[in-house]
Design a protein around this ligand. Structure first.
Ligand code: AMP
Ligand code: ZN
Length: 468
C-alpha cells in the first residue's frame, strides 16, 4: 500500500509523492531551548521520527532540517533571569536537547540548525519582502503586511473578515482571533541582544526564522513541513506568508501536525507547569525506551493523555517484546516450517499497511503483539520450527527499524554494570533458583542491589529490572 498522509492544508488524506523521486525534503520545527524539552515536545519529535524511519525503510533518502530556536521573546527573558549571555544560555539546553534526542533514539536530522547562525539571511529576506511591498518598517521594526497576502488563513482556516489593516502585533506568540500585521524584525530594546540591520539594531521575530532557514537549506518548496498542532496558527500560517510572496510557489506540499500530549485533559506545557522531562522520568526509574514506546503508541492525530501508569504499561510492553526477541534468539528449533512463518509474514505486511495508512501506529503494534502471543505459545509448546523462528525474527527486525525499542537502553551515567552484565547475573540467579540454591540466588540479588539495580520478579517467570 502506498503511503498516505493527512495534509492539514487540504484537510484530506493524500498519497505522499516527493517532488524529486526517492528523496524527501522535510522541515520540522524544533525546540525553543530556554529549558529542557518536556515529553510533550518529544511526542512530536518521536512521531515524526516514526515517519522518517518508515520513509527510510521504503528506500527514500531523507533530507531533514530541524531548527533550534535560540532567540525569541522567551529565550531572551529566561537568559536575562539567569544572568547569562543568550548564546551561552542556549548552549546548555541545545546540548541537553541533542542528548535527549539520542536517548529517545530519534534519528538526528540531516541538519540541526540554530536560528542565530542565520541572522544575515533573515535580514536579507526581510529586505526583499519590504522591496516587494509585503512588509513595511515602523520605528525600527519591520512588520508583515497581511493585506498584501490574500492566501493568509488558508492553512488554519481562519476567517479574516475581522482583519484590521495596519493593526500590528509585536510578540512572537499570540493567540488572537484577529490576524494582524506581525513582526519580522524587532527594534532593539534596552537589555536585549541585537544584530545590525538596515533598520537599525534589532533581532528577528520567531516566525521568520523557520521560513528563512527552510527556504535557504531546502529550496522554495518542501515535501513536508511538520510540527505540533499549536503551530498551525499563527506560526505556520506566518511561515507561508513570509515565503510565498517571494517564491511564488507553495512553501510546503504537505503540512503535518501532531496532536498534543495531555495531562489530566490539559496540554502538557511549560506554562502550566504540568510537564515531565526525560530526565525527570529517568530519575523515577523509567527507561527512555518505555518513554519512546508510550509516545509512539498512539496515532499522531489523536491526543494522548499521559499518566505514570500508562508509562508502566509501556515499560511492560517493551519488556514483553524484548523477552520474546530473546527467547527467539535463544531457541534452537528443528528444521522446517510450522504455521508461524505465514503468521509472521502476515504481521509484517499488516504493520506495513497500517503505517502506510497515515501512520496508524496502534494497528501496527496490534499486529506485532498478535505475533508475540502466537510466537510465545509456539515456544511454550515447542512447536516452533526453524523457518518460523527466522520469519519471526525478520518481522521483529522490520518492527524495530521503525519503533526502536528492542536494544537495551544505555546505562545512566552512575551505572556500575553494563546491561549485559546485569543480564548475565540475572541468568545466573535464575539458574541458581532452578537448582534450588536459594542462598546463591539471594547473594546474586544482593550483588545487583548493591550495584544499584532494582529487580522485580514477574509472576509466571522472568523479571524486570531497572537502575535505581
Ligand atoms: P516549542 O519548544 O514550544 O517551540 O515546542 C517544540 C515542539 O513541541 C513544537 O512542534 C510544539 O508544537 C510541540 N509541542 C509542545 N507542547 C506539546 C504537547 N503537549 N504535545 C505535543 N507536542 C507539543
Ligand atoms: Zn517553525
Amino acid at each position: 500500500m502506498p503511503l498516505r498522509l493527512y495534509n492539514t492544508l487540504t484537510r484530506a488524506l493524500e498519497a505522499f509523492v516527493p517532488q524529486q523521486p526517492g528523496r524527501v525534503k522535510m522541515y520540522i520545527c524544533g525546540l525553543t531551548v530556554y529549558d529542557y524539552g518536556h515529553i510533550g515536545n518529544f511526542r512530536t519529535f518521536i512521531g515524526f521520527d516514526i515517519l522518517q524511519r518508515f520513509l527510510a525503510a521504503q528506500g527514500l533518502e531523507l533530507d531533514t532540517v530541524m531548527n533550534i530556536t535560540d532567540v525569541d521573546d522567551k529565550m531572551i527573558a529566561r537568559a536575562r533571569e539567569a544572568g547569562r549571555p543568550l548564546r551561552e544560555y542556549a548552549d546548555v539546553y541545545a546540548a541537553a536537547f541533542r542528548e535527549d534526542l539520542a536517548r529517545l533514539r530519534i534519528l538526528p536530522p540531516q541538519r540541526l540548525v540554530r536560528a542565530t547562525d542565520f541572522i544575515p539571511d533573515m535580514v536579507a529576506w526581510i529586505e526583499r519582502l519590504v522591496a516587494a511591498g509585503a512588509a513595511y518598517e515602523r520605528d525600527g521594526s519591520v512588520y508583515f503586511r497581511l493585506a498584501s497576502f490574500p492566501a493568509y488563513g488558508r492553512l488554519s482556516g481562519k476567517d479574516l473578515a475581522g482583519l484590521q489593516p495596519g493593526a500590528r502585533v509585536d510578540v512572537d506568540e499570540y493567540d488572537k482571533e484577529q490576524a494582524q500585521d506581525f513582526v519580522l524584525w524587532k527594534a532593539w530594546r534596552e537589555g536585549e541582544p541585537s544584530w545590525p540591520s538596515p533598520w537599525g539594531p534589532g533581532r528577528p521575530g520567531w516566525h521568520i526564522e523557520c521560513s528563512v532557514m527552510a527556504e535557504k537549506l531546502l529550496g522554495p518548496t518542501l515535501d513536508l513541513h511538520a510540527g505540533g498542532t499549536d503551530l498551525v496558527f499563527p506560526h505556520h500560517e506566518n511561515e507561508i506568508a513570509q515565503v510565498e510572496p517571494l517564491t511564488h510557489a507553495p512553501f510546503a506540499r504537505c503540512w503535518m501536525h501532531m496532536e498534543f500530549l495531555l495531562v489530566n485533559g490539559e496540554k502538557m506545557s511549560k506554562r502550566l507547569g504540568n510537564f515531565f522531562t526525560v530526565r525527570d522520568l529517568m530519575q523515577r526509574g523509567f527507561q527512555p525506551s518505555a518513554i519512546r514506546y508510550l509516545l509512539a503508541s498512539v496515532p499522531y492525530r489523536r491526543q494522548l493523555n499521559f499518566t505514570l501508569e500508562g508509562l508502566e504499561q509501556a515499560a511492560a510492553a517493551v519488556l514483553r517484546l524484548r523477552t520474546f526477541h530473546e527467547r527467539l534468539e535463544a531457541a534452537q528449533p528443528a528444521a522446517g516450517a510450522g504455521p508461524l512463518a505465514a503468521a509472521a509474514a502476515h504481521a509484517r505486511q499488516a504493520m506495513q499497511d497500517a503505517l502506510a495508512d497515515n501512520l496508524n501506529v496502534a494497528e501496527a503494534l496490534a499486529a506485532v503483539f498478535e505475533l508475540v502471543r502466537a510466537g510465545n505459545t509456539a515456544l511454550d509448546d515447542a512447536t516452533l520450527r526453524a523457518d518460523d523462528r527466522a520469519a519471526c525474527l525478520d518481522a521483529l527486525a522490520a518492527f524495530d527499524a521503525i519503533f526502536c525499542v528492542l536494544a537495551p537502553d544505555a546505562p545512566p551515567a552512575h551505572a556500575r554494570l553494563q546491561p549485559e552484565e546485569v543480564e548475565a547475573l540475572l541468568a545466573q540467579r535464575r539458574a541458581a533458583r532452578q537448582a534450588r540454591d536459594f542462598a546463591r540466588a539471594d547473594a546474586l540479588r544482593r550483588q545487583l542491589d548493591e550495584a544499584g539495580i532494582l529487580v522485580e520478579d514477574i509472576k509466571g517467570g522472568g523479571e524486570r529490572w531497572r537502575w535505581k
